[in-house]
Write a protein that binds this ligand. Sequence first.
Ligand code: AMP
Ligand code: MG
Length: 277
Amino acid sequence: MKTHSVSIKDLYSQFNIPPGKKVKLSNYDPDYTAGLTDRDSANEILEDNIKKLSELQKLLYAENKNALLVVLQGMDTSGKDGTISHVMHGVNPQGCQVTSFKAPSEEELDHDFLWRIHKNIPNKGNIGIFNRSHYEDVLVVRVKDLVPRSVWKARYEQINKFEEILSDNDVKILKFFLHISKEEQKKRLEARLNDPTKNWKFSLSDIKERELWDKYTKAYEEMLSRCSTEYAPWFVIPANHKWFRNFAVSQIIVEELGSLKMKFPKSSLDLSKIKIR
Ligand code: AMP
Ligand code: MG
């Protein structure tokens, strides 16, 4: 099968979670590559998509009407950082902001859970990338019992309402769950232990989190089942193969930004009458 025969429609129907669908992650193969075996031609398309994304960003910025918010979630080592560097490296840093959400500070905890999120929503004309997000408040917070069940349970609906407000105000939201297998995580954690250039990434908490794999899986399933909407869709991206992950994410972003049908604004001046002396 040739790479070019993988249409965006195929990727959509396979990875987009239709609103209300009950998701079982065991039904999604993290090794899936849509029949592609050829990493090089997938990378060629990725490079092409990176150029398209750069052009689309210029339009986004010039129009100054919409913002794009890309949300990345996934287990430890699923490739959130790698996706950002490989897919987004062609965009102009001036119009793009990456926010990595860590455990909340005291000040953040003193507000509602969306406070720190809202502050980092991209301006009109800009791209915002969330490395982790408000979804941690129904993931780690749920798995580790950081708040009572009734509190995190109510958040799915609160998140949907919040995202609807953003969408109604021209924030285009795309959410990617990077889906890796437990076996693949083992390999990646071992690489962090064995490769001196990756040692710095290793943290003992990675081992503890790994023990909670099944609980996280359940939390991810509920998040995907309850928070994929028309206005802020979730995509489950097979992510055992980094090249396929980058290819798939870039295809979807380019397609979705393209669907905004953006145009360079026309000047309100009669430019033909202006002479530069
Ligand atoms: P890393 O992405 O490896 O830098 O790790 C960030 C850490 O922050 C992860 O262990 C997350 O689970 C944690 N984190 C992010 N958001 C929250 C949150 N809302 N509550 C608790 N922990 C969080
Ligand atoms: Mg980490």
